[in-house]
Write a protein that binds this ligand. Structure first.
Ligand SMILES: [Zn+2]
Length: 404
């Protein structure tokens, strides 16, 4: 039985699919069920296992996807944002490279134990992290046309799935993930499959709206097909999603770099927004979590108190407090961590955020207010402690060790 990061995982005896639905605030499911758009889910909530879990803070895509596939928080696996400041080189860099990963994945360990593992992710940014060290199939729908046996363990993905290459900003990017998952289960029947979607729809459409319900109805059909193929399914999310606007429908933003420039002098402090990634069109790089590097000799406690007093700021933590409380790697966050309230986001400088591409009122994530996510299995697991703090990174443990 492979042991990974302190937990043992039983190899799958039934094909096992762990699904990370990007930005799946639990209310999307409630509204989809209420509208009759999710018959499979409605049945599964009654007959399977339905938990609400906490994801990891910052409630961003990369830290949480990596937590799910490693079974541990960022303090152990090292991925604490989509983006970080590397004080060693004095540069701001993407955290897409596996060199940042400090822990092996459950998928790699299962593959080493002889299980046939498959990963399909919507955006290519996650592919190399998720597939790190894993023998098997690993590709993104974004670059499905480029998949090769040498690099991805599979070629001819478009022909297999029977759908055209989707646009990177579309619901079809996520649909392709599910469609590929079903086709792979029909044709190759892997032992373990990890499917990870993108939150394009959730950034634009509130729970219960026609755009959201259409997405969840699509997802429900594919999940039903996987269920009919005999799969154990565990569904969770990387983070929730909330409206982040004032009453005028404009983003409610605290521009931290502008404030700190005023207090300390231009560019004395450095504000890092770990939500930043190459795909910022639908959120303008605005989320509810920021980390701040202060100049030497700063009065950190006084600045923390001053930031904490701002309207819309929920909490401010020192590096040590944030590392302990949110289980983050202390060497990869700044001197302060700032978290904004549910309807407020944090920016750097007003001039550095292009909000012109926002077609609809901003919805985003990153804070503690987006920490609640679904953790749903299509098997009933008796004797689960409903009072326990479940985490989204318990998904593989529940699916492999308890649901079969
Ligand atoms: Zn996400």
């Amino acid at each position: 039985m492979p042991e990974v990061n302190g937990r043992s995982y039983r190899p799958a005896r039934q094909p096992t699919v762990v699904v990370c639905v990007d930005g799946c605030e639990p209310e999307y499911i409630a509204q989809g069920v209420a509208a009759g758009a999710m018959p499979w889910m409605q049945r599964t909530l009654q007959q399977g296992t339905a938990l609400i879990a906490d994801c990891v803070v910052p409630t961003f895509t990369n830290p949480n996807n990596i937590s799910i596939v490693t079974g541990v928080p960022p303090a152990v696996h090292g991925i604490c944002g989509n983006y970080l400041y590397d004080p060693a080189s004095g540069t701001e860099v993407m955290m897409n490279d596996p060199k940042w990963l400090r822990a092996p994945t459950i998928l790699a360990a299962l593959a080493d134990a002889g299980q046939r593992c498959t990963v399909v992710t919507a955006k290519d940014k996650l592919r190399r992290l998720l597939g790190h060290g894993m023998q098997g199939i690993c590709f993104s729908s974004e670059k499905a046309d480029n998949a090769t046996v040498a690099e991805n363990g599979i070629a001819g993905v478009l022909e297999l799935v029977g759908q055209p290459l989707p646009d990177v900003y579309s619901a079809a990017l996520s649909e392709f993930v599910f469609a590929a998952g079903v086709r792979l289960m029909q044709t190759r029947r892997p032992d373990v499959m990890y499917l990870s979607t993108t939150d394009y729809i959730q950034h634009k459409h509130a729970p219960g709206t026609p755009g959201a319900n259409a997405f969840y109805a699509m997802m429900d059909r594919y999940l039903g097909e996987l269920d009919a193929l005999g799969c154990v399914i565990a569904l969770t999310a990387d983070h929730g999603m909330n409206a982040k606007t004032g009453m005028d429908a404009r983003p409610d933003v605290i521009y931290l770099q502008d404030l700190l420039d005023g207090w300390l002098g231009a560019a004395a402090a450095r504000v890092i927004l770990p939500i930043t990634d190459p795909y910022v069109v639908h959120h303008g790089a605005l989320g509810s979590f920021a980390t701040v590097y202060l100049p030497a000799g700063s009065d950190r406690d006084a600045l923390a108190a001053r930031l904490a007093a701002l309207r819309g700021v929920e909490s401010v933590h020192t590096r040590e407090q944030a590392a302990a409380h949110f289980e983050l790697p202390g060497d990869r966050i700044g001197d302060l961590v700032v978290i904004s309230e549910r309807s407020t986001v944090l920016g750097t400088s007003a001039a550095r955020h292009d909000l012109s591409a926002l077609e609809v009122p901003l919805r985003s994530h990153g804070g503690v207010s987006e920490q609640r996510v679904p953790l749903i299995l299509n098997r009933r697991i008796d004797g689960l402690d409903a009072q326990r703090r479940w985490r989204n990174f318990d998904a593989f443990d529940l699916a492999l060790n308890h649901a079969q």
